[in-house]
Design a protein around this ligand. Structure first.
Ligand SMILES: *Cc1c(COP(=O)(O)O)cnc(C)c1O
Length: 455
């Protein structure tokens, strides 16, 4: 077999590969990173350069690359079977993973519906919530059912998930073809949509959730929230007390609470799930990104026993959940997930997250006074640095200036790989990040800011 050369591969990439969320005109001109390998927390490109992966492969890698325990688990599964269906049949790795997830999930979430990505886990949750409403309240009530979610929320890109999303940049283009949904205020304290300040605001944003539930008088079948942090909107850290208030309002008004733990699940913010840190147990919980350590696309929607039982009955009552994908619960992914959960099981890696998070906060502290740094937000190993043109007025840069993009390109020259969200520099570190690597990220960002904005 003759292997293609690096320059051939780069040409083929530009000629044939259409990249997600990427302006291909800009991409073609940008000398894109071509990864050929990974080791530890680093990516290795086709020229042999190493980059610290400070995006964690877009927030899914949890324990670094080529983790021997996960590699071996996938290989062992490959020696048994690569894929087998869950439609009316099962396989050993899915059964074991379902039990394991039920064991570690917030109490009461005892049933696991597998899918493939964050968006598909959300689609399953949306349809479960709707069919649950239909089964418990009847067709007339179900016809009026509506979803409530937050401005600045992000739940994936399929049409259902986008309909409950609230990031204008991602979703506005498709608004005409999205299901109408209700939106409550985003807990974006740096730019409070209600023009208030903490703590005198008394969490008026949570109040908007309560008001809508009150006003809709039982029509809302599910409320979707990202616990801990609205990640894709630029790492907007939820104020303490927000989630418990939303959860209580859901209970009062008979709406299911869907916790989207796709980005936060499995320790990134310092607890296994962000919702448990605030003592909240949702009715449905979606997990994906970190579940397989970032190895393979497996996602899960966890449900309470009460919801699960509602779908039971004789075949010809047609109460079963009419939903599923071909590769759902793929065995290789399940094996990777089981190995990942074994590595997390003693709790040591997650217990060390607060210490590492404090190191990151300390390392970034000198940047907090930079004239173009508006705010540094952090939840554990997830961090967003919002760049602004003017700190006093919080005025942002024109999108055409590509400030976030330029800072990230400069960081890449410093051998730290990162991808911004607009002008928010996003750092998502693996749980295995070393102390010196944390400093390396901060040093690279500091150098990049000097390069882009001048000393
Ligand atoms: C990434 C993300 C999703 C979508 O996950 P995909 O695997 O990209 O479909 C959903 N919710 C949250 C909170 C996310 O961060």
């Amino acid at each position: 077999m003759i292997l293609p050369t690096g320059s051939e591969l780069r040409r083929w990439d530009l000629e044939h590969l259409w990249h997600p969320f990427t302006q291909m005109t800009e991409y073609a001109a940008s000398d894109p990173l071509m990864v050929v390998a990974g080791e530890g927390n680093e990516l290795i490109d086709d020229r042999g350069q190493r980059y610290l992966d400070a995006t964690s492969a877009l927030w899914c890698n949890l324990l670094g690359h080529r983790v021997s325990e996960i590699d071996e688990a996938v290989r062992a599964q490959l020696d048994r079977i690569a894929h087998s269906t869950l439609l009316g049949a099962t396989h050993s790795s899915a059964a074991e993973l379902a039990r394991r997830l039920a064991e570690i999930a917030p109490a009461g979430l005892t049933h696991v519906f597998f899918s493939d990505d964050g968006a598909t886990a959300i689609e399953a949750a949306l349809k479960i919530a709707f069919q649950y409403r239909l089964l418990t309240k009847g067709a007339a009530a179900a016809e009026k059912a509506v979803y409530l979610s937050l401005e600045n929320g992000y739940h994936g890109d399929t049409l259902g998930a986008a309909a409950v999303g609230g990031v204008a940049l991602f979703h506005e283009t498709f608004r005409p073809i999205l299901l109408p949904t209700l939106k409550a205020a985003s807990p974006y304290c740096y730019r409070c949509p209600l023009g208030l300040e903490r703590p005198s605001c008394a969490l008026a944003c949570a109040g908007t959730v309560e008001e809508i539930l009150e006003r809709e008088d039982g029509r809302v079948c599910a409320v979707l929230v990202e616990p801990g942090v609205q990640a894709a909107a630029g790492m907007l850290v939820l104020p303490e007390g927000f989630l418990p208030r939303v959860a209580a309002a859901c209970r009062r008004h008979g709406a299911l609470l869907v916790a989207d733990e796709v980005a936060t699940g499995f320790g990134r913010t310092g607890s296994l799930f962000a919702c448990t840190a605030e003592g909240v147990v949702p009715d449905l919980m979606c997990v994906a990104k970190g579940l397989t350590g970032g190895y393979l696309p497996i996602a899960a929607t966890l449900a309470t026993d009460e919801i699960y039982r509602t779908f039971l009955g004789r075949y010809d009552e047609y109460r079963h959940f009419f939903h599923g994908h071909t590769y759902t619960g793929n065995p290789l992914g399940c094996a990777a997930a089981l190995a990942t959960l074994r590595l997390l099981a003693d709790g040591r890696l997650i217990a060390d997250v607060p210490r590492k998070a404090a190191l990151l906060a300390d390392a970034l502290l000198p940047l907090a006074i930079h004239r173009n740094v508006g705010e540094i937000r952090q939840a554990g190993l997830m961090c967003g640095i919002e760049l602004v043109k003017d700190r006093v007025t919080k005025t942002g840069f024109a999108p055409a200036e590509r400030v976030g993009h330029r800072v990230c390109l400069e960081m890449r020259r410093q051998r730290v790989y990162i991808r911004p969200l607009g002008d928010v520099i996003v750092i998502v570190l693996p749980l295995t990040v070393r102390d010196d690597e944390i400093q390396r990220v901060a040093d690279a960002l500091s150098a990049a800011l000097s390069e882009v904005f001048g000393g």
